[in-house]
Design a protein around this ligand. Structure first.
Ligand code: ADP
Ligand code: ZN
Length: 213
């Protein structure tokens, strides 16, 4: 099964993608994670996109489509969870073509609905484990009291450079202008499944399982 997790920054796409990976044997493909990895390893592409990402703007369709294309060459496992991709109509069209070329299709698009006030609160409280990427939140899922990641035991936690109010405002605007039209696009194709992303992590996971089941 191949699915897209669609929703604004902070909707909880990454958290739910990890649950789907564990429970369903699917493979998460996060363009945000791929771009951050390219930055850390200092590739030419990583350097090119760094300033764009920190400002909260979208990198070019060409770059992210290229990243996804590479991943589709590999092991397809129990299917893919596209997280943070597609973000534009051009990316959505390209994904359709790529999947077709690999002899597979998209099964569903899960739209995670969360209001803006909650997004800002979530993102400014967010941190991740430096070793495994487990996501924590100061209010709802704090780092364990012993200072060790509950998933891998790691002791280093990071906050993202773009998780500040100014670039968040740009990220939200980019979402409404360029990404939210995908809701209508996939609705018209009969693939849209909407869930309430405001509840607790397990409740949202249950809702997602429900619409995919
Ligand atoms: P968020 O938490 O805002 O959903 P991501 O981790 O998915 O963020 O992405 C971080 C940044 O990486 C984005 O603000 C954007 O600059 C860039 N990016 C990630 N995916 C894409 C994409 N599909 N198209 C264009 N830019 C992207
Ligand atoms: Zn960890």
């Amino acid at each position: 099964m191949n699915i897209i997790l669609l929703g604004p920054p902070g909707a909880g796409k990454g958290t739910q993608a990890r649950i789907l990976e564990e429970g369903w044997g699917m493979i998460q493909l996060s363009t945000g994670d791929m771009l951050r990895a390219a930055r850390t390893s200092g590739t030419a592409m990583g350097q090119k996109v760094a300033a764009i990402m920190d400002a909260g703007e979208l990198v070019t369709d060409e770059i992210v489509i290229g990243l996804i294309e590479e991943k589709l060459e590999g092991d397809h496992g129990g299917g893919f969870i596209f997280d943070g991709f597609p973000r534009t109509l051009a990316q959505a069209d390209a994904l359709g073509d790529l999947l077709e070329r690999h002899g597979t299709t998209l099964d569903a698009v899960v739209e995670m609905q969360v209001d803006d006030a909650a997004l800002v609160a979530r993102i400014t409280a967010r941190s991740t484990c430096g070793s495994c990427g487990e996501v924590y939140n100061d209010n709802t899922k704090p780092i364990p009291a012993d200072g060790k990641c509950s998933n891998c035991g790691g002791t280093e936690f990071k906050r993202r450079a773009d998780d500040n109010e100014e670039s968040l405002r740009t990220r939200l605007m980019e979402y409404y202008k360029k990404t939210s039209p995908l809701i209508g696009y996939y609705y018209a194709k009969g693939q849209l499944r909407s869930v309430d992303g405001l509840g607790e992590i397990d409740a949202v996971a249950g809702e997602i399982a429900g619409v995919l089941g």
